[in-house]
Design a protein around this ligand. Sequence first.
Ligand SMILES: *[C@@H]1O[C@H](CO)[C@@H](O)[C@H](O)[C@H]1NC(C)=O
Length: 246
Amino acid sequence: MTTSFQISFFLFCLISIASTDGTQLILVNNCKETIWPGLLGTAGHATPNAGGFDLQSGEEQILEVSENWSGRIWPRQGCCFDVQTGKGACQTGDCLGLLRCAGLSGIPPATVVEMTLGTPQSPLHYYDVSLVDGFNVPVSMRPIGDEAGSCGIAACEADLNACCPAALAERKEGKVVGCKSACLALNTDRYCCRGEFSDPNRCKPTVFGLVFKAVCPRAYSYAFDEATGLKNCRASRYVITFCPPN
Ligand SMILES: *[C@@H]1O[C@H](CO)[C@@H](O)[C@H](O)[C@H]1NC(C)=O
C-alpha cells in the first residue's frame, strides 16, 4: 500500500534531482596504485576539494561542481605526503609538493582532463583529455544519463609510457613515469605552435604528435589538433576514470 508519506518522499526526491543545477563528476580510480587527483578551477571558478585528495585503488569520489564550471583535473602518481602538514612530493603531476593544489596546476608531463560545463553563451558542455602537457596516467571522461549534443568519450586509455620515445621519457627511480610532449621536451616554436607557427595552418602535427594520436585517438594531442578530441555534450553526470579498462 502506498502511503502519502511515500508519495511525498518520492516527490521530494524528484524535486531535489530537478533542482540540481550543477554537474556531478564521479572520479574513479581503476589503477593498481593510489592516485592523488589534482584539481584547478579556471580563473573565476571554484576549485573543488581544495585542489587535491587521495583516491585509493578501487575507490571513487563524487564531486559536485556548479553550473558553468570550468577547470581541469589531472592524476598525480607516486606521491608521499606528511599526514600532518599535507606536504611531500609526487613523481608526476606534482603541485609544489602539496596534497591540496588550491590554485596551482601540476608540473607536466601529466594527462589533463579539461572541461567547460556551460557558458553564458551556450549550455553545452565541452571536455577533452589533453596530451598537450604530456602524459602520465591513462584517463577517460564519459557522460552518463540524459545526454544531448554530440556526446562521446574523451580518453587516452593506452599506457603511453610504454611506447614513449626515449627523448621524451620522464624517468623516476629508473622507471618511465611520464611521457613529455614534444613542446615540453624540445621547447621550440615549431613544436609549441608559437611565433611564426602560432597558426593552425602552419603548426602541423609532428612525428611525436602523430605517435600520440595513433595510440590515443580520442585525446587532444597538440595545440591545434583537429576537433576529434574535443567533445560537446549536456549530461548531469560524468565519470572520470583513471586507468580505464581498455
Ligand atoms: C550559466 O549559463 C547560462 C547560459 O548558458 C545562464 O543562463 C546561467 O545563468 C549561467 N549560470 C550561472 C550559475 O552562471
